[in-house]
Design a protein around this ligand. Structure first.
Ligand code: PEP
Ligand code: MG
Length: 625
């Protein structure tokens, strides 16, 4: 798989303890061991009982509709059928990665679901209920499914074998399951709840939005497995921040797991073993211990400076997705926050946070850094980052664009709705007196966007000063993310407008290679080592260096220790990453010299084949350079 190994998670000790001690971690003899593979996104080994997190069953009020709305209700149902069909067909296609035996078990079930939303009794009945009894589509789905399931169970006869009875129950459950999928697609349930999650469990879910991941409590959960998702999607970023061993893009697990099953999640290898037999379980336990030891070894680097062997200092900062990471950042040895993603403030709430609320959050973070710099990125809405508060406030449309990643994302939305930007600028500026702060604009593609944002920034600064707010004499630097090929290739012009660059290799990779970063189907094409991506990084870095302007990398590439020599060789001297990656990257920095890295980078940048680059990067330090 073309991927950079993500760095280790922070909760290793607790996980190691919890998992090793898990008394229920004994395989059930009657349950066969099965292996699954996926995309490793957050390292660590977790052992625990599986917990299937379906979307919450939405609360359905059994309301009636007006006769005039029958057609509209039918259209809603059609859309939900189409959506459900798409999901199932995709799932069906992805089963191909499973062993033959698992495929033959799961595929017929998916096929049955697909049939049930075709011209079936269920769908005919639902339409009839909408038309004749004026039920809303979701009420009609539930009523019809309940009736069919009850009729199936009604076929049970006295004297019927337990096996036959179980078969009827299974069919009834299947009808209810497909009904739940339809209802989920009919009602966009706002927030998920993980309240029922048993302690030490492995969460298994079809998909997990970044906002859902933000609700997970890493002290209660052992690991995460999902069917959807890509290596550097925002969900993956969030899971790494939480330090939860996670494997995404795992097809088939949710379909075969049963309550009481145990799983081993290997977030380094990208494997999941359901009901491990004793040898696999013993190996997993050894891996947990080894992982914890490795983490401990790295933690000793915390206090040592990030300086190359030939004396070049490198700035290592941390990315922050959730305030709960603050203690880890402080302990990691990172000098400040290089990317504060402010989306967390807007997630899982119904209203947009006001200026005071935002200022309070920033104050806590800036205070916690005790004088180390904090780069605050203004809201980057769009792509897979759904934020209900913005939808509820009517700031963004309820229905996603056809191509959300290419739509009104980041700075584009903020300039369309300048009141959002003004509020956030004001909240940031209000804390700029208590510590070194920088402000970062996401998804910039043109110089006009930077100029327009700066105009607002300065206006907000003037307004605050008029109101008596004590701001630093010079407003904090206003920088931009370089995360589109357009921005990277206009770096010369953008460097005249911006005060600093932060290169976001996650989106830069996605946009350069036309690969959705959170899509499991194309995950093998998502490759930050592609020469096109590296050339854009090089181009933007050199443009900044020519202008003597600060430039850093804050995408996941910065967290990959094997990439560190190449990035240093390209001239990068500032990296921002998830806190748990800091020691490994620091270790590499301390082991190389810049002259060697520069020679290495020159050779790498002559290559056109990502596989060759990968081989060179892997071979660095083994004489291959
Ligand atoms: C990036 O795109 O690399 C980045 C750091 O921003 P985000 O992951 O939040 O989109
Ligand atoms: Mg980005």
């Amino acid at each position: 798989m073309n991927r950079i190994d993500p760095p280790p998670p922070p909760q290793h000790k607790r996980l190691a303890r919890a998992n090793l001690a898990a008394p229920e971690s004994r395989p059930q003899p009657e349950r066969p061991e099965r292996g699954f593979t996926g995309i490793p996104v957050s390292p660590g080994i977790a052992i625990g009982p599986v917990f299937g997190a379906h979307e919450p069953d939405p609360v359905i009020t059994r309301h009636k509709i007006q006769a005039a709305d029958i057609a509209a209700e039918g259209a809603r149902l059609d859309a939900a059928i189409v959506q459900s069909h798409k999901q199932l067909v995709k799932l069906r296609a992805r089963l191909a990665v499973l062993p033959e035996e698992s495929q033959s078990e799961i595929a017929p079930l998916i096929d049955a679901y697909i049939r049930m939303i075709g011209p079936s009794r269920l769908i005919r009945g639902v339409r009839q209920r909408i038309e004749e009894t004026l039920l809303s589509a979701e009420s009609a789905v539930i009523s019809e499914a309940d009736e069919i399931a009850a009729a199936i169970m009604g076929q049970a006869e006295p004297g019927m074998s337990t096996e036959d009875r179980a078969g009827l129950r299974r069919r009834g459950d299947e009808i209810r399951e497909i009904a739940r999928r339809l209802v989920r697609n009919l009602t966009r349930a706002p927030f998920r709840s993980f309240a029922g999650l048993p302690e030490g469990a492995i969460l298994v879910s079809e998909s997990l939005r970044p906002a859902d991941a933000a609700l997970l409590d890493p002290s209660r959960l052992a690991g995460v497995v999902t069917e959807e998702g890509g290596a550097d999607g925002h969900t993956a970023v969030m899971l790494r921040a939480l330090g939860l061993p996670s494997v995404l893009g795992v097809a088939g697990l949710a379909q075969v797991m049963k309550p009481g099953d145990i799983a081993v999640v290997d977030g380094i290898a990208g494997t999941v073993i359901l009901n491990p037999a004793p040898p696999a379980l013993a190996a997993a336990r050894r891996a947990v211990t080894a992982f914890a030891r490795e983490r401990q070894r790295y933690s000793r680097l915390r206090r040592l400076p990030a300086v190359t062997r030939d004396g070049h200092p490198v700035e290592i900062q941390a990315n922050l997705e959730l305030p709960m990471e603050l203690p880890l950042i402080v302990q990691s040895g990172a000098i400040g926050i290089g990317l504060l993603r402010t989306e967390f403030m807007f997630m899982n709430r119904e209203t947009i946070p006001d200026e005071d609320t935002q200022a309070e959050s920033y104050r806590t973070i800036v205070d916690a850094m005790h004088g180390d710099p904090v780069t605050i990125r203004v809201l980057d809405w769009g792509g897979e980052k759904e934020i209900e508060a913005l939808t509820l406030a009517g700031v963004v449309p309820e229905l996603a664009d056809t191509n959300p990643a290419l739509g009104l994302r980041g700075i584009r939305l903020l300039l369309r709705r300048p009141e959002l930007l003004e509020t956030q600028f004001a909240a940031i500026l209000r804390v700029s007196g208590i510590g070194p702060v920088r402000v970062l604009l996401p998804m910039v593609t043109t110089v006009g966007e930077v100029r327009a944002a700066r105009e607002i920034y300065e206006r907000v600064g003037r307004r605050l000063r008029r109101k008596g707010e004590r701001l630093p004499e010079k407003l904090p630097p206003l920088g931009i993310m370089i995360e589109t090929p357009g921005a990277a290739l206009s770096a010369d012009a953008l460097a005249l407008e911006a005060d600093f660059f932060s290169i976001g290799t996650n989106d830069l990779t996605a946009y350069t290679l036309a690969v959705d970063r959170s899509e499991s189907d194309v995950a093998d094409l998502y490759d930050p080592m592609h020469p096109a991506v590296l050339r854009l990084v090089q181009f933007a870095t050199e443009a900044a260096l020519r202008m003597r302007m600060p430039v850093s990398i804050c995408g996941e590439l910065a967290a990959a220790p094997k990439m560190t020599p190449l990035l240093l060789g390209l001239g990068v001297r500032s990296l921002s990453m998830n806190a748990s990656a800091v020691p490994k990257v620091k270790q590499v920095i301390r082991s190389v010299d810049i002259a060697g890295c520069t020679r290495f980078a020159r050779r790498v940048m002559e290559q056109g084949d990502p596989e060759r680059i990968r081989a060179m990067v892997e071979g660095f330090g083994q004489g291959a350079e």
